[in-house]
Design a binder for this molecule. Structure first.
Ligand code: DGY
Length: 404
């Protein structure tokens, strides 16, 4: 039997209650836990619904506040780590599921699909789903790119949604994550990155289910809405890289499933039109962000980058400009950032944000506009080109181009 967890912060109480009820009614679920960032309206609504939900479904609902566990900004990481600790301390259940509380497309099938995949022997199950062509730009440009450039021979760059918040972990995985100081320290948006990294590092086999309906949830407007997440995800990767952690299993038993499988991904079939046709962000509002926020302190930082990137970036002092930021330039900029970026330094954060914004806009007009299928294939090929380059398959300039 399993525990289902919904971390929440300022979500609509109706949506959260709806999702909690689905989980509590599932035959594989014996407890539901909601972890709130604060005592808000949703927290109170969940607290008062608990007893009637239990009468209706037979499943207890626990509503707790997230603890202050980590060293970074208190955020989603503290919530997830609070849930892992609670799972180990308060239950003897074998599996824990996480789902975003604001999902509008959550059904019992998500739980069933994860459970049945875990039944095959996989200690980690991650749900992945189709995303709009201009959505998932931190996943693609920060997490998957970083994994490809830094750990090209590992399973990391092949994980479809390394930042996904919908996953199942077995008890030994939860024990590992709680024992790992680095994971417990990561209280912010970097948590998904370090969970993914750590499960791969310890050789826990991963199964990725494909959820065709996708995760309908609130979409952001301007890319500025993603700024904190961008900075925190990049900083998490930089810290992992700095510590030279090999994503290969340390000595000790490896949790592969019989047959030595480390990773299995369900095929990406059928994509709903709603997702194919969705525009992920406000293009015009985002263009203005390239012009905003310049100050004389940014100029010396820009000097660290190769001339084409430096000049392109500086051009944005007078007009929005993003043609300079192709696939190859992004890999170059990423490497400079890995060496130089200073988390917490507002000027470096501005540079990271501007470079990433330029890359998203460039990708949007040169790739995303060609359609869903083209863009998906392009993103896959980019990651493969990056990891081949990083694995030493030859000079990047010969092989990396923006063509498929
Ligand atoms: C990502 O990049 O995956 C973030 O969720 C933003 O879409």
């Amino acid at each position: 039997m399993s525990l289902v967890v919904f971390p929440f912060k300022g979500e609509d109480p109706e949506t959260v209650l709806h999702n909690v009820r689905i989980a509590a009614s599932h035959r594989r679920v014996s407890r539901v836990l909601t972890v709130g960032a604060e005592r808000d309206e949703t927290f109170r609504a969940l607290g008062s619904e608990g007893p009637s939900l239990r009468r209706e479904t037979g499943t207890p609902l626990d509503v707790i506040l997230q603890e202050r566990i980590g060293r970074k900004r208190p955020g989603k990481g503290d919530a997830m780590n609070t849930a892992l600790r609670w799972f180990l301390a308060e239950t003897d259940l074998q599996r824990i599921h996480f789902y975003d509380a604001d999902m509008l497309s959550f059904t019992a099938d998500w739980i069933t699909h994860a459970e049945e995949s875990a039944d095959l022997g996989f200690p980690v199950v991650r749900h992945y789903f189709p995303r709009a062509t201009t959505d998932a730009m931190i996943t693609f440009l920060i997490a998957r790119t970083g994994f490809a450039l830094l750990w090209p021979k590992s399973e990391l760059p092949w994980i479809e949604q390394p930042l996904g918040g919908e996953l199942l972990l077995t008890r030994p995985v939860a024990e590992r994550l709680v024992a790992e100081e680095r994971v417990q320290a990561q209280s912010d948006w970097g948590i998904d990155t370090v969970y993914t990294f750590t499960t791969v590092r310890y050789g826990f086999a991963t199964y990725e289910t494909y959820r065709r309906e996708g995760k309908l949830h609130k979409l952001y407007g301007k890319l500025a809405d993603l700024r904190t997440m961008l900075v925190e995800c990049f900083a998490a990767i930089q810290e992992l890289a700095e510590n030279h952690l090999e994503p290969s299993p340390p000595a000790g038993p490896v949790q592969m499933i019989p047959g030595g499988i480390v990773h299995r991904v369900e095929p990406h079939l059928q994509v709903p039109l709603q997702i194919i046709e969705k525009v992920g962000f406000d293009f015009e509002g985002t263009l203005a962000l390239l012009l905003d926020g310049w100050n004389p302190r940014l100029e010396p930082l820009v000097e660290w980058f190769p001339p084409a990137i430096r000049d392109g970036l500086l051009e944005n002092r007078s007009r929005p400009c993003f043609n300079f930021m192709g696939e190859r330039e992004w890999a170059q900029a990423y490497r400079v950032l890995l060496d130089r970026f200073q988390p917490g330094d507002r000027d470096w954060e501005e540079i990271l944000f501007k470079l990433w914004t330029a890359r998203v806009l460039n990708y949007t007009v040169s790739v995303a506009l060609r359609g869903y299928g083209y863009a998906r294939q392009y993103r896959h090929n980019t990651i493969v080109r990056y990891l081949q380059e990083a694995a030493g398959a030859g000079p990047a300039t010969d092989r990396i181009s923006d063509e498929l």
